[in-house]
Ligand binder design. Structure first.
Ligand SMILES: [Zn+2]
Length: 389
């Protein structure tokens, strides 16, 4: 086995980096479930941030414009970073009328996802909590406020109704009934991530939906409901693909190019367009095709790569061509140096050149994986797929 060259070391690093990306990808879907969070018995959605935000994002993607932000506002304070600052526009207008009129509001809860409601309901720690999918918080028209007695009159004056002493912090503000959309959002997100265990997408909260919601990873699913779309482009050395995946060409010994051939990673060894033979280092050459680097080829023993990807020997070699089979033309460049063509497919009859491997040992030490540009391009494509969110 040849000693590792810089290119092979890079290929090994790339392979290891790819493994790490894969591990990070799967880690997101492991760990606690929504039911585990509820089983703590606390009236809190702490630990649920991943799936909660994914459901909120999914619903806003499924129903663009359905909810609007009501915060930040100079007189509105959210009691926790876990409060989703979304309401229907009519409810937002009511809350803003109160705040604009000089009453400061502390909001403890506004729009809640189905997973939020599941945890609050099943924890048993919240006193009063509606069953998942039945709360007006899922419609984005309810708010729970701090110091309710001091803001009640102002909220009622803006059109919000107080639920009464059984849930004194809760006000229902103007808006329509969108509760089934919160359920539907979960059902669709579940199905996208569990194609082998699909459930009805009916917007109804039944036993099927409840059991899947409990088994849902608290950190969120691996695949989002809506795939973002982007125009392929370069951001420095980073290639952003059509699904907004980001791949760092720089990590693969390449730069990002955007030209007549499209957006792609171009090897730093290669011209962006056209065919060329290049030297990777003193001992290896490779062929470039429109910026893509082919597999490296080792120069025969006793020669070195020079100029435009040619392997040359510094001393005149033993006369191998004369009187032999006449298959190895050894062109001289200058009076002492001799160049040996090592294009792919060539079969120079030179000691040290292995016809069996096409002149190069392309394997990464310890693996069966090929090195070089083709391998790097495959890994980049895999990384791009994995880095989508
Ligand atoms: Zn409430």
């Amino acid at each position: 086995m040849n000693p590792p060259t810089p290119l092979r070391r890079l290929a090994v690093k790339v392979a290891l980096a790819s493994v790490c990306v894969g591990m990070a990808f799967t880690a997101r879907a492991e760990g606690q479930t929504v039911a585990d969070i509820a089983a703590r018995g606390a009236c809190s959605t702490a630990g649920l941030e991943g799936i909660s935000q994914q459901l909120a994002d999914s619903q806003s993607c499924m129903r663009p414009g359905q909810f609007v932000r009501f915060a930040p506002h100079p007189r509105i304070t959210l009691s926790s970073s876990r409060v989703h600052p979304y309401l229907q526009a009519s409810a937002r207008d009511a809350v803003h009328r109160v705040a604009d009129g000089g009453t400061s509001l502390t909001i403890n809860s506004a729009f809640r996802t189905l997973a939020d409601q599941y945890v609050l309901y099943h924890s048993g720690g919240c006193g009063l909590a509606a069953t998942p999918g039945s709360s007006n918080h899922q419609s984005g028209r309810a708010v729970d406020v701090g110091s309710y007695s001091s803001v009640r009159a102002a909220l009622e004056g803006a059109g919000c109704s107080w639920l009464g002493s059984r849930d004194p912090v809760h006000f229902d503000c103007p808006g329509s009934d969108l509760r089934s959309d919160a359920i539907l959002t979960f059902q669709r997100l579940w199905n996208v991530n569990n194609p082998g265990d699909r459930i009805a997408e009916d917007g109804l909260y039944g036993p099927q939906t409840e059991s899947r919601l409990g088994r849902t990873p608290a950190a969120g699913f691996a695949t989002d409901l809506c795939v973002e779309t982007c125009e392929r482009h370069c951001e420095g050395d980073v290639l952003v693909d059509a699904e907004c995946g980001r791949g760092d060409c720089g990590a693969f010994g390449a730069t990002c190019a955007d030209d007549a051939l499209g957006v792609r990673c171009v090897s730093v060894f290669c011209p962006a367009m056209g065919e060329a033979d290049v030297c990777l280092d003193e001992g290896q050459s490779a062929h470039c095709s429109d910026g893509a680097l082919g597999e490296p080829m080792a120069c025969p023993e006793g020669s070195r790569c020079a100029g435009e990807g040619e392997c040359v020997v510094d001393r005149a070699p033993v006369d191998m061509g004369t009187g032999a089979e006449g298959d190895a033309a050894v062109p001289a460049t200058g009076d002492a140096a001799v160049a040996v063509g090592v294009d792919a497919g060539a079969d120079p009859d030179v000691p040290g050149f292995s016809a069996a491997t096409g002149g190069c040992s392309c394997g990464v030490p310890g693996t069966d994986a090929p090195a070089g540009g083709v391998f790097a391009a495959l890994l980049l494509a895999a990384a791009l797929r994995r880095r989508r969110r």
